[in-house]
Design a protein around this ligand. Structure first.
Ligand SMILES: Cc1ncc(COP(=O)(O)O)c(C=O)c1O
Length: 435
């Protein structure tokens, strides 16, 4: 039986002193290094940046152009029609939602940071988890505690132990971030892991921040999806956006779904306070286009379905190249990420390249082969484990016609530009491993 059902009130924000120095996000930094190589005319294989790599749908471009006249700042929480559409989006997924529980922001990233700042206390994160959570916690003056987990959800037993031992050290972990489905692993945590996490969250009075930005990109559209908001709605905040399912990263639009009662109103007030002082409101025209997107008209639902199919097909093809070279790779279940483990090749990597760490491996791939990937340690993983985070979505093409062709192809891996990238990857990995 749950010990605490209603989350306790939010603590007052601490005096955090001087701000920590945060380097440019690892993903953006790798992307810049690849761009520099490209400008020098050197071959590159861009597998670092987690951008969806697809064109904006025509329906959305038109909606955005039509909304150019929305020049007013508008409400901090977002236009009412956007909040209503986002509420219906969640309601259609079995999570009844009122527009009043929705807060929009300029990307879910800004909302995630603001949530950590607004909730207070320390933050528990999964090891591994998306690069920005730990950096954001630090920026918000929060201590991050990594807990080993799988598919974006920390192991419940380890989370409970971490909360207890932090408390013994005088620290209060107040929130836990989960990623469903997950970046960097490309996996979707099973319902049992989510339920176990929720039980610990109740017992230890944690607020769950559930980042569900990849929810609509689970490769198997019939796969069961359990949001913590379905299990403990009173203490779960969901964030999502349009950057991944509709490939609109540059439009910068995210939404948060707060608990309807309990801590919800206070959290909303704090979130709006932060938003009002930092971004004022999301861009007006983008909100109008996003309102349309969240109603999921058939043309956009079809686009998401095609994207899901493409992401799955290419991710699996890339995974096969890594496996053929001797790395161990969990089969991707969602989005466009792989999490290959090079430890089976540790001896040969050391002997041939002097590689002892994931950073060393990523550096050799970039310097000697023009392959951009991210080291697992950027995601909180131990460096010696030789894990990489591979993003496969920038292989779809360099122009909109190529990307459209990839979206519509029954066999995208046979398109010449994707086939060439797959061949090049196989060649690089064979070369790296001494084949
Ligand atoms: C897990 C995760 N959450 C959030 C984001 C950022 O989303 P947005 O573009 O809505 O800020 C990303 C982008 O890479 C991500 O991978």
């Amino acid at each position: 039986m749950a010990l605490t059902v209603v989350p306790s009130p939010l603590p007052s924000p601490p005096d955090t002193g001087s701000p920590p120095a945060i380097p440019v996000s690892a993903t953006l930094a790798a992307n810049e290094a690849l761009d520099a190589r490209r400008r020098r005319g050197e071959p590159v294989l861009p597998l670092a940046f987690g951008e969806a790599g697809l064109p904006a749908h025509r329906v959305l471009r038109t909606a955005l152009a039509r909304a150019a006249g929305f020049t007013a700042y508008g409400p901090v929480a977002g236009h009412p029609e956007l909040r209503e559409a986002a509420a219906c989006y969640w309601s259609r997924r079995g999570l009844p939602t009122e527009a009043g529980s929705v807060v929009a922001g300029p990307g879910s990233k800004a909302l995630l940071y603001s949530l950590m700042a607004a909730i207070g206390g320390d933050v528990a994160l999964t090891r591994p988890s998306w690069v920005s959570y730990a950096a954001q916690a630090s920026l918000a003056g929060r201590k991050a505690h990594f807990v080993r987990g799988n598919g974006g959800v920390p192991d419940a037993g380890q989370l409970a132990r971490t909360v207890t031992s932090a408390r013994a050290d005088g620290r209060r972990i107040r929130s836990v971030v989960v990623t469903l489905p997950d970046n960097p692993t490309g996996l979707l945590a099973p319902a049992a892991a989510v339920r176990a996490l929720c039980a610990v969250a109740r017992e230890h009075d944690l607020i769950i921040i559930s980042d569900e930005i990849y929810r609509d990109l689970v490769h198997d559209p019939d796969a069961a999806f359990t949001s913590p908001a379905a299990v403990c709605p009173e203490r779960t905040v969901i964030t999502t956006g349009l950057s991944k399912n509709l490939a609109l990263g540059g439009w910068r639009l995210g939404v948060a779904r707060l608990p309807a009662g309990g801590i919800g109103p206070e959290l909303r007030a704090r979130l709006l306070g932060i938003g009002s002082e930092i971004w004022s409101a999301p861009a007006g025209p983008v909100q109008q286009a996003a309102a349309l997107a969240f109603t999921e008209p058939p043309a956009l639902a079809e686009r998401v379905a095609l994207s899901r199919r493409l992401h799955g097909t290419v991710a699996r093809a890339v995974a096969r190249r890594f496996a053929a070279a001797g790395a161990s790779v969990p089969a991707p279940q969602a989005a466009f990420y792989l999490w290959p483990d090079f430890s089976p090749l540790a001896d040969v990597l050391l002997a041939r390249h002097g590689i002892t760490s994931d950073e060393g491996l990523a550096a050799v791939l970039l310097r000697d082969y023009g392959v951009g990937v991210l080291p697992g340690s950027a995601f909180g993983e131990e460096s010696g484990r030789l894990r990489l985070r591979v993003a496969t979505s920038l292989l779809y093409g360099e122009s909109d016609p190529e990307r459209h062709a990839a979206l519509n192809a029954a066999d995208p891996c046979s398109l010449p530009w994707i086939a060439a990238s797959l061949d090049r990857l196989a060649e690089v990995l064979a070369g790296l491993a001494g084949g």
